[in-house]
Design a protein. Structure first.
Length: 515
């Protein structure tokens, strides 16, 4: 009896469901570096190095744990470039009686797994991915018959299910959510925690050379690759976060500072999403920090909400909405992203900082992704599918199941309000309140019109006016629409003319197609 167990690049967990019931004595683990996965978008070079190096290290860890691992490298001359092609070759090599695999993380790959039984004439067991708190069926049950899907209510159910921060049936601190306390702007501080930097070992160096040679035209730089690529090093970063950054995570969750790429964020999403860290374990350890009096409730509740709330909710939406969610474009946006999304070369300082760090490190924190980069794309009317592809390309933690609902849904309102009840748009005032970017910018955040006016300002009003037919009766936008209506007609006209001139200039300066 031989069981073939394919383990995909985001399934690097030692207790993966496919491995749980299997016996190393008769199981062959198959890991495949394949061209199709490296090229379905132009992944940031850092993302390619991270995934391939983490896969190679995970194969070594599985071997050390007694598994036979058949590992196909990208530069293997016989590599046929796809999961299905490589499973076919492995079936021929090992003659298995069955295939056991953990469900894939996205529609594209799930369709491949579904085809294997017929293709290979073998039983294929597809196990649920138990690294998530909420199963597909549970999310479907929760969502059924609800007029709208509100993350906050889903989150409460996950709190009850996991028992995290619960006192019997009541939430710790008698409130479910402490977000109101989590919107403080930050000051530069020499004592700010920085994520650990991990030196590249020989395995990572070999992968860096491979990626430079094969993917030189992909975005991003590899100078100073410092991410963890093993579970042990990811765990070091987790312990570092819990001890040094978690206590102030909540207070400064939405803050942005020039030159400060990480603030009090965990920088753990790449490791959680690829399987090196277990999300529920991190939540339990965060709760233990609170119970021991080492971290305040607003921080710990905020952190836990991001994981068992937002992360699980996004996954639920992704699978519930189906493979054509990616094509939704509620606001009918068609503009190409400006080419400088791939270079960071713009004189808008907030964007130069956020894009610059994205291209340098494959990371930006949530508010940079949402309220600087995504906000601008939405205000200019960028095509949400192209925006989605950009995010999928450039972030180390980007896998479609989590990236798509965040980008197309939350950030671009492409789903018409399924994920977020109003579009996340703002003028420069929000960015100025939550960051120090505007102080060093060539634009004046206080101006709406004129050569040096902050572009976000006119674009914000123009967006609201352009979409009044679709958004005018949204209660959460009633205030800005009232403010617009109170504005003098000449000021309204000047604001719209300013926005139109900016958009025309943007179009004339060349689009993403050039890249
Ligand atoms: P922290 O700020 O320390 O947050 C703690 C953890 O909560 C994260 O590690 C992550 O696992 C989870 N989390 C927080 N917010 C979200 C969220 N909205 N959805 C899912 N999980 C969340 N996150 C991804 O993991 N992959 C993506 O591809 C991704 N794309 C995004 C695209 C856009 C447009 C936006 C607005 C957000 C996106 N996010 C994505 C969510 C969030 O920005 C990242 O999870 C976070 O920045 C990761 O950094 P961190 O680990 O330091 O997070
Ligand atoms: C993202 C990615 C990349 C770049 N390369 C590989 C690879 O060569 N082999 C692999 O198994 N996985 C890779 N991945 C991650 C997969 O795309 C990921 O496992 C799927 O998106 C799961 O649905
Ligand atoms: Fe960004 Fe406007 Fe502030 Fe400049 S002034 S940093 S463009 S928000």
């Amino acid at each position: 009896m031989t069981v073939l167990i394919p383990v995909l690049g985001d399934q690097l967990s030692p207790d993966l469901s496919a491995l749980r019931g299997a016996d190393p004595a008769d199981g062959v683990v198959l890991m495949m570096e394949v061209a199709d996965e490296t090229r379905y978008v132009r992944h940031h070079k850092t993302k390619l190095v991270y995934i391939l190096s983490a896969m190679r290290h995970h194969a070594a860890a599985l071997r050390a744990a007694g598994w036979q691992v058949d590992y196909v490298r990208l530069d293997d001359p016989d590599n046929c470039g796809s999961f299905t092609g490589e499973v076919a070759r492995a079936v021929a090599r090992h003659g298995p009686d069955r295939i056991v695999v953990t469900e894939a993380g996205e529609w594209r790959v799930a369709a491949m797994l579904d085809s294997w039984e017929t293709l290979f004439g073998l039983p294929v067991e597809i196990h649920p991915d138990t690294r998530f708190v909420c199963s597909h069926a549970e999310f479907a049950d929760w969502a059924e018959d609800r007029a709208s899907l509100t993350m906050e209510f889903f989150y409460r159910q996950m709190r009850q299910k996991t028992g995290l921060l619960m006192n019997g049936r009541k939430p710790e601190g008698d409130r479910w959510n402490f977000d109101k306390e989590n919107r403080k702007p930050a000051q530069a501080d020499l004592l700010m925690p920085r994520p650990l930097a991990f030196p590249s070992d020989a395995v990572t160096q070999e992968v860096i050379a491979l990626v430079e040679a094969r993917f030189g035209n992909h975005p991003g730089s590899l100078a100073g690759f410092y991410y963890a690529v093993t579970a042990a090093d990811a765990e070091r970063q987790a312990a570092h976060f819990l001890a040094h950054a978690l206590p102030r995570f909540g207070d400064f969750e939405d803050a942005m500072l020039a030159g400060e790429r990480f603030l009090w964020h965990s920088i753990l999403s790449p490791y959680i999403n690829s399987g090196l860290l277990d999300p529920l374990d991190l939540c339990r350890r965060a709760e233990a920090e609170y119970r021991a009096g080492r971290a305040p409730l607003n921080s710990v509740e905020g952190y836990i909400r991001q994981i068992i709330g937002w992360r699980e909710f996004m996954r639920g939406i992704y699978w519930r909405e189906g493979p054509d969610y990616v094509d939704r474009n509620h606001l009918d946006h068609r503009r190409a992203l400006p080419g400088w999304y791939w270079t960071g070369e713009t004189d808008m300082r907030c964007l130069a900082e956020s894009l610059g760090q994205t291209l340098a490190t494959a990371h930006a924190h949530h508010i940079q992704r949402l309220m600087v980069i995504g906000n601008f794309a939405l205000l200019i009317g960028a095509d949400p599918k192209q925006v989605h592809q950009w995010y999928l390309e450039v972030y180390l933690d980007a896998y479609e199941w989590v990236e798509l609902p965040n980008t197309l849904g939350m950030s671009q309102f492409g789903d018409g309000g399924l994920v977020g009840s109003k579009p996340y748009v703002s003028s420069g005032a929000y960015i100025n309140r939550m960051s120090d970017y505007c102080r060093g910018c060539r634009y004046d955040v206080g101006k709406r019109t004129g050569e040096d006016a902050c572009p976000y300002n006119a674009l914000y009003w123009d967006f609201l006016v352009r979409h009044r037919d679709r958004l005018g009766d949204n209660r959460r936008l009633a205030m800005p629409y009232r403010s617009w209506d109170r504005m003098a007609a000449e000021e309204q006209a000047a604001t719209r003319a300013q926005a139109q001139a900016f958009l025309a200039q943007l179009d004339a300066s060349g689009s993403a197609e050039a890249y």
